[in-house]
Design a protein around this ligand. Sequence first.
Ligand code: F6P
Length: 507
Amino acid sequence: MAAPDTAPLWTALEALPRPTLAQLFGDAARLDRYVTVLDLPGGPIRFDWSKTHLSPEVEGVLGDIGAAVDLDASREALFAGALINNTEGRAATHMAERGVGNPAAAEEAERFHERMQALVEVIHEGLLGEVKSLIHIGIGGSALGPALAIDALAREDAKVAVHVVSNVDAAALAAATAKCDPATTMIAVASKTFTTTETLMNATSALDWLREGGVEDPYGRVVALTAAPEKAVAWGVDETRVLPFAETVGGRYSLWSSIGFPIALALGWDGFAAFLAGAAAIDHHFLEAPAAENVVIRAAFADLYYTQARRCASRAVFAYDERLALLPSYLQQLEMESNGKRVTAQGAPLPRPSAPVTWGGVGTDAQHAVFQLLHQGTHLIPVDFLAVSVPGHDFDPAHHRTLLANCFAQGAALMAGKPGPDDMARDYPGDRPSATILCDELGAATLGSLIAFHEHRTFVSAMMLGINPFDQFGVELGKAIAKSIETGGASFDASTEALLEAAGIGR
Ligand code: F6P
């Protein structure tokens, strides 16, 4: 079926009048319309999109585009387990890991979770000997989610200390092993495909480290987390230590599956179950809430408005909570690997910008480093602020008051601006958009909700643009060239040849 022609609607979106935020705030109903507090398993989360340029007119045109591309049908197809990843002929069943959507996929996910829970409990009960540390080896989607969740939720009181290693630069492995004792350490090898060079190289070196540390049967300490169990067994992992997950769970959507093993090991199974429940609640909201109240659709509409109508090439995310410091890098993979495409799902050139560059950092640090550009630079960059009402520490509450005051001050300052007295260098133009997500407490359920919110937000943008967010062919060329350098024989451009020679590798 030919893709609907949405070009006139996108043009109409660009042509809409552009009231300022101050003008939009003239509407007394603005907060009612653009601030939604969802009552979620981990406590309420406030989604405040009022300081964006969303308006009934903007939403009207985006709603028309949604109707033209049949966003509702895509959403249903996603949850039903249709082959929505058309270029790879697969469904995308990460919601099934949370018990939502396609029943057969949810049943399979439950079986895999039972297997994972059993292993987690065996380890906690000490039946595999004393286990104090886990070195989790994976990269991309097999590492970023576990790293985020462990850093957010298990800074203290982890049942097992988890160290995530991703980079093929063995300095990362060296840093992890320096904190562990081979006698009490297990290794998780996390790879959906079980073919990823970095992961297998790090895993081999970790086994050497165990062996050199006096462990007689290093493979006996390895758990494999993979959608290719036969490859893990062929590599040497005992079949009983392989925790499979479904091929239909994409790498950057996989932390709900057995890729989340380190999260369950650190938090305990109840914590992992709460994480899934928090995500499931957002699945239901996304599926069931009418568009006007749907925080996922609203966020995606704002993203699309800025990328498409205002031609913003990036969006920034600042976590005003040290525990969420890794969230911007997690979202970078989620959004850029999903929606950084130049063709539609049908393979036609995409006539519009696709994903903006996602970047960000942690507040208040970023204020003293990059906020200058947000306030006075020439780029318009929509910002998301994330904050948590209850602090994650017992120090003087003044710390947290100051942290939150700064977070809210930035949103207010970006919007209001301030005319410079008679000096343009001190002039703040204002009218710069931001959204704020305020959580009550940061527990496993809340983190699950936050991540699922961003997954579906990314999905909505993809459907509106007509792209497939579930493949990532763009990463393959560089991998193939790196391999051909290592195997030798291939020749490259003069610059690359000179670099190889200067570094003395592969020639
Ligand atoms: O190279 C990109 C990528 O395929 C990601 O999509 C994925 O999350 C990562 O590599 C790791 O892949 P795997 O889990 O198969 O090792």
